[in-house]
Design a protein around this ligand. Structure first.
Ligand code: HEM
Ligand code: HEM
Length: 173
């Protein structure tokens, strides 16, 4: 059995991202129920800041991972197809954790929401519907990938009798 763990910074960033994503999705769903006006802008701000934090962690996490490839525990793949699937799911999750906040920020930027925080007037329009739609659909895609990821972890544990969480958990021996 492979008992090597992911490097500590990767473990911390994995679980911090999970935690922030839960908060971000919750605040995002709440945003949907609010009118876009000056009184509610603090909630938009909270969503934007948390999203930017996720973006920064992801960029740092990816660069850390690339620089420490030799320190990563090996994944035991069942087949070539399984290897491709796991790599695609991991890669796409990274990509979406970068694209989703960028699209969100862009939607706010196009109506002058970022300039508002620098002393400009409050935007006269809501974030463009098409960009918000793209943002939402990408979030749904990320949700599907996360379900596949967690499903894969559970299936791996059932199939091999090993606990893969050990590799990404500081508290498990
Ligand atoms: C990984 C980071 C992010 C996640 C997971 C996320 C998630 C969400 C979710 C779940 C919604 C509700 C959509 C729905 O109806 O299902 C939403 C809406 C939205 N998000 Fe994000 N978001 C992220 C980053 C950002 C960032 C950085 C911004 C920039 C300000 C942003 C701007 C918006 C806007 C403008 C809406 C639409 C709110 C409305 O309907 O008026 N998001 N987001
Ligand atoms: C919710 C968002 C999640 C994202 C975006 C995510 C993303 C990732 C990524 C990209 C990796 C590869 C290692 C790395 O690059 O750091 C990974 C590994 C792992 N994740 Fe997640 N994860 C999430 C949630 C979870 C949850 C809820 C569990 C618990 C079942 C979990 C369990 C694991 C395990 C066990 C590994 C190690 C897999 C191995 O090397 O065999 N993840 N995760």
């Amino acid at each position: 059995m492979n008992t090597q763990k992911y490097p500590k910074p990767l473990i911390i960033m994995h679980w911090l991202t999970v935690l922030l994503l839960i908060v971000e999705a919750g605040v995002g769903l709440y945003l949907e129920t609010l009118e876009f006006n000056e009184q509610n802008f603090n909630v938009f701000r909270l969503h934007a800041f948390t999203g930017v934090f996720i973006l920064i962690i992801t960029l740092f996490r990816f660069s850390y991972k690339v620089r420490h490839l030799q320190d990563l525990p090996e994944i035991e793949y069942y087949s070539k197809g399984h290897e491709k699937l796991v790599k695609a799911v991991h890669g796409l999750m990274y990509l979406l954790l970068i694209i989703i906040p960028v699209v969100g920020l862009y939607s706010i930027y196009t109506i002058g929401g970022l300039q508002y925080d620098l002393g400009g007037p409050f935007p006269t329009q809501e974030p463009p519907h098409n960009l918000v739609e793209i943002h939402e659909n990408l979030v749904i895609l990320l949700g599907i990938l996360v379900l596949m990821h967690v499903g894969g972890v559970i299936m791996y544990a059932k199939k091999t009798g090993e606990n893969p969480l050990r590799k990404i958990c500081l508290l498990m021996k």
